[in-house]
Every structure is written in structure tokens, then in C-alpha cells.
Design a protein around this ligand. Structure first.
Ligand code: NI
Length: 374
């Protein structure tokens, strides 16, 4: 197929994906559409029994490694506010993170590889992964044996801070480990006018919230990016009753694995010992999420080289304390997560976020070049 026709088909598919957003674990129609596109172009789909998502494979005619490309496919519960003619057709749901672009680049890459099997060294698995926005969709894929023979994994993400087709890349940590915590302060409830009859958990919670910020300022190496946010506080039911409990919830973001351990340890100490100092008790629940995303040095260098060969501009990838469950694959094998400029505009997750469709073909070609090893 010539590039012009491929581009037309990719744009048409992209408009469909964009106007049919489906949330995490509900990507049924999306999966069907991906499968249909791939099958129509002679690309093999592996027979995994995934509820949503799928894995395509292209087997090269030359010897080489097995590599994987991860494209996430889910949308967000955002009400789209663009005036695109192909805007979301579902109220309250939108491809506001560009995963529709990831899908389209992935199917485009599959077609290009399929057509160039004679030049392809090794096998490429293209993973269309569900539920990235839950931070746990990668685990669904990892429950299968699809990654067992894979030697390295590539991921892409739409980047509205750069012009169309700009490849932003850097070696090292580029996205954070995402952990969650819940702290329950247990006091003794009593009359609002007689705090001496109980143990008020609210000042204890306030003291804990203040003290938690000392982890980043006093415990973590100042050159290591990290943060802790308390995002929900709940206590009490009315104005004249001191409640027996206060609950706080929040998130910790770190880049270095050692900092992740340090945060959990200090958070437990601060919560438990502060509560103790006030005569209360604190229970801490730490819910570990995805680890930090790390770009392998050689893979990042290859991204830069291929981008230049294809005449794409390049930029230094910005770090973010956001996360991506792509990191779960990297617990097993080296990976690289590259950002592709989709036109400067509103940030991801914004109701006016937009991907310029001109990026689709360059993104597909870039992915194919990354893995073909000519
Ligand atoms: Ni995303």
C-alpha cells in the first residue's frame, strides 16, 4: 500500500476511535475495530482470551529478537469540549489522553511491518492494552505468557507540548512510581464542648498532614524528584460532636526505588508516632501502584537516531510525576517510553485536548523503524 493510502486509512480509523471512546475494561468495540483493521490488512492476532485489548504479531523473515510495542486503548470519563466534527459521540467519555492516537500508530506500524516482513529481523508483538488509566491494565496483559519471550518493550505517548511529529526522548526515569495511602486516626468521640472527655482525632490528623511534608523537604535527597499529596480528608458529621475517627487519603510519587521505600517507612512512622503523642492511634494502609518508568540508555539513543533518520525533530523528554503502568513491563525487561508531539495545545486529560491527525503516519513509521533493525 502506498503511504498516501495508508495515511487516509489511518485518519479514518483515528476518527472512529476518537468518536467512540470506551473507558477502562470496557473497550469492547475498540478491540473489535482494531482486530477488524488488522485482519483486513493480513496482520495476525494472537489467540489470547483477553476480555478487552489484544496482541498482534508480525513475524519477520530474518532472524532477530522478539520485541514488543505497547499501545494503550482506553478513554477517560471527561466530557469533550472540542468542536471537532469527529468529537466524542458518548457524553461524559473522551479520548482525552491520546490513546486513540496510540492505537492508530500501533495499527499503522503493524501494517508497515507486515508489508516489510522481508526486511524485518525477528518478531514484533504489538500489544493493545486495556485500562491504562486504572494503572493496572498492564497486569492483565502480564497474566498471559505474551511477554515471556520478549526482550524489550517500547511505549509511546501523545505529547501536546511539542509540534506534530517531534520525538521527545531522554534516558533514565521519566515518569513516577504511583503509590496510594490511607491513614485512619482513631481517637475517642465526645461532646464538642467537652474535648477533655475524649481524644479528638482532628488535630491529630492536622499534625500528621503538616508533618508528612517534611519527608520531601527533610528526608529525601534534594536532587530526587518526588512528592506527597494528601487529597482527601474526612472526619465528623456535625458541629457539636467530636468524632472518633479521621481518615486521610493521598498519593506518593517517586522516581528512585529507594525513595519509594523511604516514603512508606517515614509515612508510617510519622502517622503512628504523631498519633501516639496525642494519645490516639493511627492505622496506615499503603497501596502500591505502578513503579517508575525508566528509559533504557541504548533504546533512548536508538529513538533519537531513528527520529533523525526520518527527518523528525527531537526534543528532551520532560519528566513527570504522573505515572504509566508501562512500568510493570519494565520490571521484567528493558523498555523505553517515547513522547511524540501531537501539536501544541491543551494538556492531556483536558476536555479540549486534541491530537493533530497529521501525526498518525509519522508516528506509525517511527515505531516501525524503531523495531525493524535494518
Ligand atoms: Ni495516557
Amino acid at each position: 500500500m502506498d503511504m498516501e493510502n495508508l495515511e487516509k486509512e489511518l485518519k479514518k480509523a483515528f476518527y472512529w476511535f476518537h468518536s467512540h471512546p470506551e473507558l477502562a475494561y470496557e473497550e469492547y468495540e475498540t478491540t473489535k475495530k482494531i482486530k477488524e483493521f488488522l485482519t483486513n490488512h493480513g496482520v495476525e492476532v494472537l489467540p489470547y482470551e483477553l476480555k478487552t485489548g489484544l496482541v498482534a504479531v508480525v513475524r519477520g523473515e530474518k532472524e532477530g529478537a522478539v520485541q514488543a510495542i505497547r499501545c494503550d486503548i482506553d478513554a477517560l470519563p471527561v466530557d469533550e469540549k472540542t468542536d471537532l466534527y469527529y468529537r466524542s459521540g458518548v457524553a461524559g467519555k473522551m479520548h482525552a489522553c491520546g490513546h486513540d492516537m496510540h492505537i492508530t500508530a500501533g495499527i499503522g506500524c503493524a501494517v508497515l511491518l507486515q508489508e516489510n516482513k522481508a526486511d524485518l529481523k525477528g518478531t514484533i508483538k504489538i500489544i493493545f492494552q486495556p485500562a491504562e488509566e486504572t494503572s493496572l491494565g498492564a497486569l492483565k496483559i502480564l497474566e498471559t505468557d505474551v511477554m515471556e519471550d520478549v526482550e524489550c518493550v517500547w511505549g509511546i505517548h501523545a505529547d501536546p507540548t511539542n509540534e506534530v511529529g517531534t520525538v521527545a526522548i531522554r534516558e533514565g526515569y521519566v515518569a513516577a512510581a504511583v503509590d496510594r495511602f490511607e491513614i485512619t486516626v482513631k481517637g475517642i468521640g465526645c461532646h464538642g464542648a467537652h474535648p477533655d472527655d475524649g481524644i479528638d482525632p482532628i488535630p491529630v490528623a492536622a499534625a500528621i498532614i503538616q508533618a508528612l511534608q517534611s519527608i520531601v523537604s527533610r528526608n529525601v535527597n534534594a536532587f530526587h524528584p518526588s512528592l506527597l499529596s494528601v487529597t482527601r480528608v474526612h472526619a465528623g458529621t456535625t458541629w457539636n460532636v467530636i468524632p472518633s475517627e479521621a481518615v486521610m487519603e493521598g498519593t506518593v510519587r517517586t522516581m528512585e526505588p529507594a525513595d519509594r521505600i523511604l516514603y512508606e517507612k517515614r509515612l508510617r512512622q510519622i502517622a503512628e508516632k504523631t498519633a501516639q503523642a496525642y494519645g490516639a492511634e493511627a492505622e496506615v494502609e499503603w497501596i502500591a501502584g505502578s513503579p517508575a518508568v525508566y528509559n533504557h540508555k541504548d533504546m533512548a539513543a536508538l529513538c533519537l537516531q531513528k527520529a533523525k533518520e526520518l527527518g523528525l525533530s527531537t526534543a528532551v523528554e520532560e519528566s513527570s510525576l504522573g505515572g504509566d503502568d508501562f512500568a510493570f513491563y519494565e520490571e521484567k525487561i528493558p523498555g523505553c517510553y517515547v513522547k511524540i508531539g501531537t501539536g501544541v495545545g491543551f494538556p492531556i486529560h483536558h476536555p479540549k485536548f486534541m491530537v493533530d491527525p497529521e501525526v498518525l503516519l509519522p508516528a506509525a513509521r517511527f515505531l516501525a523503524e524503531l523495531v525493524i533493525k535494518k
